[in-house]
Design a protein around this ligand. Sequence first.
Ligand code: AQP
Length: 333
Amino acid sequence: MKTIVSGIQPSGTLTLGNYLGAIKNFVTMQNEASDDDNIFIFIADLHALTVPQDPAALRKNVRSLAALYLACGLDPNKSTLFIQSEVTEHAEIGYLLQTITYIGELERMTQYKDKMQKQVAGVSSALLTYPVLMAGDILLYNADYVPVGEDQRQHLELTRNLAERFNSRFSDTFTVPKPLIAKVGAKIMSLQDPTKKMSKSDALEKASIFILDQENVIRKKIASAVTDSDGSIKFDPVNKPGISNLLSIYSCASNTSIEELVEKYKDSGYGEFKKDVADAVVNLLKPIQEKYNYYLNSKELDEILDNGRDKASYFARKTLSKMKRKMGIIRKK
Ligand code: AQP
C-alpha cells in the first residue's frame, strides 16, 4: 500500500507545463495504482493566496481546476479530489510545522527569491512560509510519493527535512516522502524566453500555452516561439533552449522519444517542425477541452468535491491529533 499526494494552485488558467509536468503523471500513477493505494490530489487555494488574488476570479479558478482535473482523467473513484482550504487541518499543520522551521531555510528557496523579484512592493509573509504549508499538505497524509515538476524539488527536500526533524524531536510520526519527477516534461520552458519555466502567471500571454487555449491561438503561439538561427533540430538545452523545449513538448504530447523525433526531423526546417509540434499539442488538448466543458457545468462536480473533502478530512484529523499529542498541545492525555 502506498500514499500519493500532490496539488496545483488555482492561480490562473493551467498551462501545458502544469499538465505535462504534473497532471499527466497524476493520471498515470492513478491508473497504475492498486486498490489499497491512497491518492490525494487537491486544489491548492491557500497557496494561491500568497500573491494578491481577485476573490471572484479565485473562486472561478478553483472550480475550473476541479473540472480540469476530471477532464484530464482523474477519477474520483480512484483519487480523492478536494479543495485544500476545506480541510482546515492544512492551515493548522502549516503553523505547527513553522515552529520547527528555520527562517534561513525558507529564505534560501529559489521560488521565493524569483517571486520576490517579480513583486517589488507588498510581498506577503506567506510567500516566505508557503513551502512549510506545502510540507504540511504532504505530511498530513503520510505520503510516500509526491509527483511534481522539477521546480518543486527544493520544496520537497524541505518537506523531507521537516519530517525527519519532527520525528527525531518528538518520536516517529511522519513518513518521509520521496519526490517523483518525470524524465521528460518535468520543466517545460517559456515559449518566449526558453531559459525560464512556463508559468500560469507569466505577464506575457504568448509565453505560455494554456490548456484551454483555442486551436488557432496554440498554433500562433508555437509558430512564434523563440528558436535560434542555427537551423538544425537537435536536443541541446544549453545552446538550443528553444528547439529543445519544443522537442520536449512534442515528445510528451505524442508519446514519442526525443531521439526518434530528432531522427525524423534531421532534414527538416523549423517551419515544418513547429507545425507538427502544434498538431501534436492540439490533438492532446482537444479532448481535454471538450470534457472540461462538460464537467464545469455538471452537478457531479460539487458532489465529488464534497466527498473528497470528507475523505481527506478523516485522514488529516487523525495525523494532526497525533502530531499535537506529541507536541504537548492536548489537554487530556
Ligand atoms: N513549466 C513547468 N513545467 C513542468 N511542470 C511545471 N509545473 C509548473 N510549471 C511547470 C508543475 O505544476 C505543478 C503545479 O504547480 P503550481 O501551480 O502549484 O505552482 P507553480 O510551480 O508555481 O506553477 P506555475 O504555473 O508557475 O504557477 P504560478 O505562475 O502561479 O507560480 C507542480 O508540480 C509544478 O512542479
